[in-house]
Design a protein around this ligand. Structure first.
Ligand SMILES: *Cc1c(COP(=O)(O)O)cnc(C)c1O
Length: 642
């Protein structure tokens, strides 16, 4: 970061980590705006600020979810490209055939887009419930593509999968619980046909991180080794062993450490070989999800990052499986992965506006002749601090002394106020001067020394709050539920030095409704560098890499509904087209979701207004105005309008 007054877009790229997590889709252009390259390295870019303002003029109010379908396609291509490269490099005599886990983003346009872009690789879908199975069955029409059926299964689910095979689909029913095998046997007998069958193994390899409990003996899903052997025998006894085609494992989402994956791959590879020996034809090894995203760009095994690249991942899968199969004379399987987060995170980005900010008063009140002693003491302390140059050696000790003095004088002022010796204006002045001291101290803290905790806490205490037009419970629920970090970056003014430190408060009345942890260089930081607000231009912030899981986990806290969403495709000549607009919930929609009838609510208010008119408390034109406002708000989104 440059120390001079000069600030460049490179400084911003480093500060917000854009050059670490944004590549190749997000960068900063010469106007200091975020620029989006939806097709990655293949060229073409859009100025995000211009795009948002043009979308706004089409009546698409903020907060706005922008989905770049080109990015979705590019991610899909990259995933296939790394597997193709690994297969070539390790001369793997088999292929890769992925599926998208629908639970990661069930939105119709998203699933449709993936199915249509994925055709050239016979890319398939994974379903974890009956509703997801319905989506997958109906949208996936490629007879070569796999339809992996996971999750709890009743008879209906299994029969649906069996019949889908007759429709020309390739459903694989994955046995995840010991009792499912009997249901499969029964259903196959009654329909006279069997589904393709898979088994999910409970691996003993331990994962780390948040989803570590998805593996091991206590995992919710999967068969232990004795159960696996028992299942094979049950299938054999019922003439279904020839339909056992796939071994599946899933060691949890966002694998941070590649070493964990390697262990799991080795264990699963050996199980695959054994299943072959037991007489199952097999053919597919499904390595589940877990392919992680480097949210903070630090390339470490910490929870917001991964210590491997896409290519490392594919290489390990391909090489390890080959190493397990070849010495045992077992034909290598078609490799399947169920990567959700890795495909769907980048393409979707939420842009919201800042409604205002609060901060401690920055100005220093003018001195009056008759100020009490404590106030004059505070002025002297401030002057002492201001005289310290930013480089002096014994600086830290003197700053600490000055802060102790300031706190003492502030306490004196409070005591004087409580006892009735000081008026409210003087108390106000004393507080303002104390904050001015804190501000002056925090600006003089040396950058290359350990700072005492108390002084380090000053910048945090001085930080402001920026009020954001969004609900994190709706749009970024994982920040609240599991402390997930997403890159949060102002999308304009990136050629200017950000001079404010703040966290973000959302619209809900919940004190948890804030963003106060941001990606740093390795360690998360509690405050985000932001620019001064000006009254002329909106200040827009982007929440990036949020395409996976957030939409469906989001909830209606305080009745903030879904935001407007648009699907953008780059078109020739540097322009774009809007493929779909998905309107956000209106106030009427969210009321109805809670079983209220908006019309009945309005009618009750109309009756109340009539009564108020009759007893002279409300004029007729006021009543009409009130009811007009209420009616139009029913048609509007749940967020604040500008
Ligand atoms: C959630 C889940 C996935 C997707 O995991 P990602 O980490 O998003 O890739 C894949 N398979 C199963 C069985 C899952 O439960």
């Amino acid at each position: 970061m440059s120390d001079s007054e000069h600030w460049s877009i490179q400084d911003s790229a480093a500060l917000y980590g854009l050059d670490r997590w944004g590549d190749p889709y997000f960068s900063i252009n010469g106007r200091g705006h975020i620029s989006v390259q939806p097709q990655g390295d293949r060229g073409g870019s859009l100025d995000l600020v211009d795009l948002v303002s043009e979308l706004k003029s089409r009546n698409l109010a903020l907060p706005l979810l922008i989905r770049f379908d080109d990015i979705l396609e590019d991610r899909l291509e990259r995933l296939h490209a790394v597997f193709e490269r690994a297969i070539a490099q390790y001369s793997y005599p088999g292929r890769y055939q992925g599926v998208f886990p629908v639970k990661c983003n069930q939105q119709r346009h998203v699933v449709e887009e993936l199915v249509s872009c994925g055709k050239r690789w016979n890319f398939g879908l994974e379903a974890g419930s009956k509703a997801e199975l319905l989506i997958a069955l109906s949208l996936l029409d490629d007879p070569e593509a796999l339809l992996i059926c996971n999750g709890y299964k009743d008879r209906l689910y299994i029969e649906t999968a069996i019949l889908a095979r007759r429709l020309g689909r390739q459903p694989v029913v994955v046995i995840e619980q010991p009792d499912e095998v009997d249901r499969i046997i029964e259903a196959s007998k009654s329909l006279g046909a069997a589904p393709y069958i898979g088994v999910r193994a409970k691996l003993s390899s331990r994962s780390t991180g948040r989803w570590g409990s998805s593996v091991g003996d206590k995992a919710k899903f999967g068969l232990s080794i004795p159960e696996l052997l028992e299942t094979v025998e049950r299938l054999r006894d019922n003439n279904l062993l020839q339909d056992l085609r796939l071994l599946h494992f899933h060691i949890g989402s966002q694998i941070n450490d590649i070493a964990v994956l390697k262990d799991a791959l080795q264990e699963a590879g050996q199980i695959y070989v054994e299943l072959n020996r037991l007489g199952a034809p097999m053919g597919f090894l499904d390595v589940g999800g877990g392919l992680g995203i480097d949210y903070d760009g630090s390339r470490t095994a910490s929870s917001a990052s991964t210590n491997y690249s896409l290519q490392n991942y594919a290489n390990d899968v391909v090489a390890t499986v080959r190493e397990c199969c070849e010495p045992n004379g077992v034909a290598v399987p078609t490799l399947v992965s169920e990567s959700g987060r890795a495909i769907a995170s980048h393409f979707s980005l939420l842009v919201f506006d800042i409604l205002g900010s609060s901060a401690l008063p920055a100005s220093i009140p003018n001195a009056r002749g008759d100020e009490p002693l404590t106030v004059r003491n505070l002025r002297d302390t401030l002057a002492t601090i201001q005289e310290l140059s930013a480089t002096a050696d014994a600086q830290l000790v003197r700053l600490q002394e000055a802060w102790n003095d300031a706190l003492k004088f502030k306490q004196d002022a409070l005591a004087a106020f409580r006892l009735g010796y000081m008026g409210l204006p003087d108390r106000g002045t004393a507080e303002q001067l104390t904050w001015a001291c804190a501000d002056a101290i925090s600006k003089r803290l040396p950058k290359d020394q350990a700072i005492p905790e108390e002084l380090a806490a000053l910048s945090k205490a001085l930080a402001g709050t920026y009020y954001a037009n969004l609900s994190i419970f709706r749009s970024a629920p994982d920040t609240w539920a599991i402390d997930q970090l997403f890159p949060v970056v102002p999308i304009q003014k990136l050629d200017q030095r950000p001079t404010r430190l703040a966290n973000l408060a959302d619209l809900t009345c919940d004190s948890d409704g804030r963003l106060d942890s941001f990606i740093g260089d390795g360690q998360p930081k509690q405050l985000l560098e932001l620019h001064e607000l000006d009254s002329e231009n909106p200040y827009l912030i982007g929440l990036f890499l949020s395409g996976a899981y957030q939409e469906v986990m989001g909830n209606l806290h305080n009745l903030f509904g879904t935001t407007n969403a648009v699907h953008i495709r780059l078109s020739s000549g540097g322009s774009y087209r809007i493929d779909h607009v998905v309107r956000g919930d209106t106030n009427a929609d969210v009321l109805e979701a809670m079983e209220h009838d908006p019309r009945a609510l309005l009618e009750r208010l109309r009756v109340a207004a009539e009564a108020a008119i009759n007893n002279g408390q409300l004029r007729i034109d006021e009543s009409r105005r009130l009811l007009d406002h209420l009616e139009s708000s029913l048609r509007q989104t749940t967020y604040l309008q500008d």
